[in-house]
Each structure stands twice: as C-alpha cells, then as structure tokens.
Ligand binder design. Structure first.
Ligand code: SF4
Ligand code: SF4
Length: 162
C-alpha cells in the first residue's frame, strides 16, 4: 500500500511532512512520492487533521466474471424492486398526512438503492460496459425513431459503437 493525498482537502499545515520518516510526503507537486512511501506505514494518515491522506492498494483483485444465472436473477430482482418503488411513489402521491408521505418517500428511496445494487451486480452500472451497450442496442430495435436517435447518440457518446 502507499499513501495518497487529496489536495482539495489538504489545509497545508504540513504535519504529514514532519511525521513522514522518508520525506515521501514532501514533494514540489503536492503529491506523495509513491516510490519513497513505506508500505502501510500510515503515520501521515493518522497525523492529518483534514483526513486528506488515504492508503491505496498496490494491486486490486480482478473483478469476478458474472455468470448468466446470477445476472438473470439480479435482473428479475431489479424488476421487482422497480415495481415496488413505483408502488411506493404512488403511495407517496396519494398520502394525505405528512408522516405517511415521508414514510412512502423513504421507502421509495430505499427501494431505488436496492434496485441500483441489483443493476450493478448484474453488470449494468457502467455505461461503457458490454451489458449496457448490448441492452441499448437491443432497445434501438423496439423503440420509435425519436427514442432510437437518442439511444444511438448515447451509444456514440460512450464511444464504443460507430
Ligand atoms: S505512509 Fe509513511 S512513508 Fe508513506 S508518506 Fe505517509 S508517513 Fe511517509
Ligand atoms: S497533514 Fe493533511 S492537511 Fe496537513 S499538510 Fe499533510 S495532507 Fe495537508
């Protein structure tokens, strides 16, 4: 692991410079010198009053390959959560008392978060992912020309389709 500094949070009090045993935190660029940083030392992380320094892994594990069964289960769950969210939104519109309205709104938000989790697990959160592009391409075959144009533009924008 090595330390990295978020310059936008840094209040320039220089505490990290004083505690760093190697001088890695003291660079002209404001960035921590990765080559000098001791693996996992974290003295600067603990010293920083602005929480501007964090540790970064040297290597991240490869993301797991999603199998089709898991993807289709996630998609089914996503569909259910979306329907439930719509029901919660309808409840919110129909609610008479402020407390009921708030409760329905919170329920809708919570269901939206769950639906987004399902979408991510099914591989649909990254706009440049193959799943998203395939889904968009499929959509272009079923929608009217106006929507088709919008989807085609989106596909061009994400830069993966000519
Ligand atoms: S983790 Fe340790 S070595 Fe690395 S910059 Fe911070 S204080 Fe210096
Ligand atoms: S200790 Fe934190 S706030 Fe202070 S100079 Fe270092 S990174 Fe910036």
């Amino acid at each position: 692991m090595y330390a990295s500094r978020n310059i936008e949070l840094c209040s320039k009090d220089c505490l990290c410079l004083f505690v760093c045993p190697t001088g890695a935190a003291d660079t002209e660029t404001g960035q921590i010198d990765r080559d000098l940083c001791l693996d996992g030392c974290r003295l600067c992380v603990d010293a920083c009053p602005s929480h501007a320094i964090y540790l970064v892994m040297n290597n991240y594990p490869e993301p797991g390959v999603k199998n089709e069964e898991l993807t289709s289960l996630m998609m089914a769950l996503l569909e259910r959560k979306t329907e439930q969210e719509q029901a919660a939104r309808n409840l919110e519109s129909a609610a008479q008392k402020p407390g009921e309205k708030k409760l329905a709104m919170a329920l809708g938000k919570s269901l939206r978060i769950l639906a987004e989790d399902c979408a991510r697990e099914a591989g649909f959160m990254l706009p440049q992912s193959r799943s998203v592009r395939d889904m968009l391409k499929e959509l272009t075959e079923t929608v009217d020309s106006e929507k088709n144009e919008i989807i085609s533009k989106l596909l061009r924008e994400i830069g993966k389709v000519k």
